[in-house]
Design a protein around this ligand. Structure first.
Ligand code: ARG
Ligand code: GLU
Length: 721
């Protein structure tokens, strides 16, 4: 099937490549040569497919990596220097920040390699090579097998493929399904573990505009930070050691100072997380009607409480800013997705498509047998899964994600309780106590009792009002009944009774801990609530998992059917956090009637937004000075410092930090966001409205050189003028 589909696609490209102008798609690096390179070259790309991905020669894939858990980073020197977003480096930067060295607020710049800061746990992962292993994975699968049988066989095959691929190497292997399991690829990766912080601008640059400007254009955020990869003397991955040396890469990106204009070719290489482009209309209905509105309400409440607190004092602002940024990010995107899908009539478009699909299916008895019941079955499963998904999400929001905050602290005590129950040695227990002390310190550093209580009361009340009883944790039901739905009274009582409400109480408990203390933990109201919520969550999660498996197998069949239904269409696989290539061009757009958005912003706009009263818009004095003196060096275009630009590349979460490459293969920007009107692109792309937002690389260079005085870093880069 796949082979036939590939032949059809190749034929189609040859016949009608000029029809495929839209920039939608996240393409597979090893298939660029087959499917995309001609279109890319037609759009202006001057290099070859081997320049992007090759196993035999150094190629761009050797300069792009997964950064931490969910971002992308790019090599920009032959000494292991990498650049990613400020929001991707946020945690490491924060972890080095104290009141005396507030790197988040003031920025951090190593003035030599000796001054770079170590980040235990931070890694980067390179793709060494990849391969289509569909045949191997599906070996032994026969018609008529049950889902379980098939899944067992596939898993066994996958284990074998992975084992063989990395035998006698320090590499790791992954096999990922594409097109919902109609195709499989093997990825062999290499992970480096000594990654040091080199530089980060102040938040007033790196996070300029904060949550207000997030997902929006015009944008003026200098969203970048610099790190360096260190390796053992043999240039191979090594745990941190002072003897490690800067990593010597096969390939790094030269940086272009030439600037951009509308229509210029752009390419983004990176790790998009997940998209759902081929799901039926029921999926969009579920999200926009059943799930998002409820979650938006929950988060609106959280943000109201947090923002109210953050306006009260600097301390409160610091305590709640990272939490609020996290809560706000998806909250805002969900709203944008609802709006974007609505404006696109996405559900109606899908329904029309489904109608045509059913007509096509009905026209052949063979197809009718294979696909005739698909949509009916989909409807049933979506009807079943929607409330479960909502229950699961609600439970998470209230109990496990910035809702009743102390729960996250108490959940860490499960380990202590079970160790004591299993007669662990005093040394082992001491170790856990020590880690709990650390956990308590970091929890209370970012916790305000009044705000925490307000959040807890609001969240439990919303849970009570909006969630069907079948999803209530047992402890919650007891609280509801005992306190007659008055959660304010409950929290007052808990504040007096629980170990987990203030640092002093908890630390003195830990410091004088005896194994008999476990009884006290087990009877603690917060601890009891965690246990109970965790249990309920586990139950819902497995129920959801089963239904989701049903969906996944329907997706697999529907995907295959759609490819047969539209044999002339070039399908790109949904994102799955594997390396992808998207291409497009620099371009502005019309967000609404009578308004046109230019493709780039400048420092003038930063100054326009300057407002010392608002933390997120408080432009640093040094930057204002540079602006007044027009001390721009080589980094300006038409006398102005460029800040961000728009392009038509199809991107999603995970693409943060991805390199934006020009026609010659030089770095021109750093992807960090999408524009509001196009955030529904995870579900349906609209070429007229979907834009990725990138930092203009010249702004990063300007900040490093003129603002930070760390111009020595530019000496190791290759600048193209
Ligand atoms: N919207 C971007 C992304 O999805 C940036 C998020 C970080 N910034 C923020 N203000 N919360 O990751
Ligand atoms: N900021 C997102 C990230 O962290 C990228 C924006 C998007 O979703 O496209 O990956």
């Amino acid at each position: 099937m796949i082979r036939k589909f590939v032949r059809l696609i190749v034929l189609f490209i040859i016949l009608s490549s000029s029809l495929l102008r839209a920039d939608e798609g996240m393409w597979i690096p090893i298939l660029i040569k087959k499917f995309n390179i001609e279109i890319m070259q037609e759009k202006g790309f001057k290099l070859s497919a081997e320049d992007i991905y090759s196993v035999n020669q150094a190629s761009m894939k050797d300069a792009v990596m997964i950064f931490g858990g969910g971002c992308t980073a790019d090599l920009i020197s032959d000494q292991g220097l990498i650049i990613t977003n400020h929001h991707c480096g946020y945690r490491p930067i924060q972890s080095h920040s104290t009141v005396d060295h507030d790197y988040l607020t003031n920025g951090f710049w190593a003035m030599s390699q000796e001054e770079e800061l170590i980040n235990p746990g931070l890694t980067v992962t390179f793709l060494k090579w990849m391969k289509d292993v569909t045949g191997e994975v599906l070996k032994g699968i026969e018609d008529g097998m049950s889902e379980e049988e098939m899944s067992d066989i596939k898993q066994e095959n996958i284990d074998g493929i992975k084992k063989e691929a990395i035998e006698e190497t320090h590499f790791t292997a992954q096999v990922k399904p594409f097109y919902y399991g109609n195709q499989y690829f093997l990825f062999v990766n290499e992970t480096y573990k000594d990654i040091r912080l080199v530089g980060a601008p102040p938040s007033a640059i790196g996070k300029f505009g904060g949550d207000t400007d997030n997902w929006m254009w015009p944008r003026h955020t200098g969203d970048f930070s610099l790190f360096r990869i260190y390796a053992g003397k043999d240039n191979e991955p090594a745990e941190y050691s002072p003897d490690n040396v800067p990593f010597k890469p096969k390939k790094f990106f030269p940086i272009s100072l030439k600037g951009t204009k509308p229509g210029d070719f752009t390419m983004v290489l990176g790790y998009p997380g997940s998209t759902y482009e081929y799901v039926p209309s029921f999926h969009l209905q579920m999200l926009t009607r059943d799930i998002y509105p409820e979650l938006i309400d929950v988060r609106t409440k959280k943000l109201e409480i947090m923002q109210n607190a953050m306006e009260k004092s600097t301390e409160l602002r610091i305590q709640y800013s990272a939490k609020a940024a996290g809560v706000s990010n998806s909250w805002k995107r969900w709203k944008g997705e609802i709006r974007g899908l609505d404006k696109l009539d996405a559900v109606i478009k899908k329904q029309e498509y489904e109608k045509r699909f059913m007509e096509w299916t009905g026209a052949s008895s063979e197809r009718n047998r294979k696909y005739g019941k698909l949509l009916e079955r989909y409807e049933e499963v979506y009807d079943e899964i929607a409330p479960v998904r909502l229950g699961q999400s609600y439970l998470r929001e209230v109990f496990f994600y910035n809702g009743v905050e102390n729960i996250s602290l108490a959940s860490g005590f499960t380990k202590l309780v079970s160790m004591v129950g299993n007669d662990a040695s005093p040394e082992e227990i001491d170790e856990v106590l020590e880690s709990l002390r650390k956990r308590a310190a970091s929890f209370f550093k970012d916790y305000d009792p009044a705000t925490g209580d307000a959040l807890a009361v609001a969240m439990l009340s919303m849970f009570d009002e909006n969630v069907p009883e079948e999803y209530y944790p047992e402890e919650f039901r007891k609280i509801m009944e005992k306190y007659n739905r008055n959660y304010q009274t409950w929290i007052k009582k808990v504040r007096k009774k629980s170990l987990f409400m203030d640092e002093e109480t908890l630390l003195s408990f830990l410091n004088s801990f005896k194994t008999s203390g476990v009884k006290k933990i087990k009877k603690d109201p917060i601890y009891m609530l965690v246990q109970s919520a965790g249990e309920t969550y586990g139950k819902i999660h497995s129920e959801y998992g089963k239904l989701n498996q049903d969906l996944e197998s329907l997706h697999r069949v529907y995907m295959k059917a759609q490819m047969e239904f539209e044999p002339d269409k070039l399908f790109y696989p949904d994102a799955n956090f594997s390396l992808r290539v998207s291409y497009g061009e620099v371009l502005g757009y019309d967000p609404r009637d009578a308004v046109f958005y230019k493709h780039y912003t400048t420092l003038e706009g930063v100054i326009e937004k300057d407002n010392p009263e608002i933390y997120d818009y408080d432009v640093p004095d040094k930057l204002k000075e540079l602006y007044l003196k027009k001390d721009y060096g080589r980094y300006s275009q038409d006398g102005k410092i460029p800040i961000c630009f728009l392009a038509t590349n199809h991107t999603t979460g995970g693409n943060s930090g991805s390199p934006v490459i020009d026609a010659e293969g030089n770095l021109i920007g750093l992807n960090f966001d999408r524009a509001w009107e196009g955030v529904m692109s995870d579900l349906m792309f609209n070429a007229g409205q979907c834009r990725n937002i990138s930092l203009d690389i010249r702004y990063a260079l300007f900040i490093i050189d003129k603002f930070a005085g760390a111009g020595y870093l530019l000496d190791e880069m290759t600048l193209v003028e």
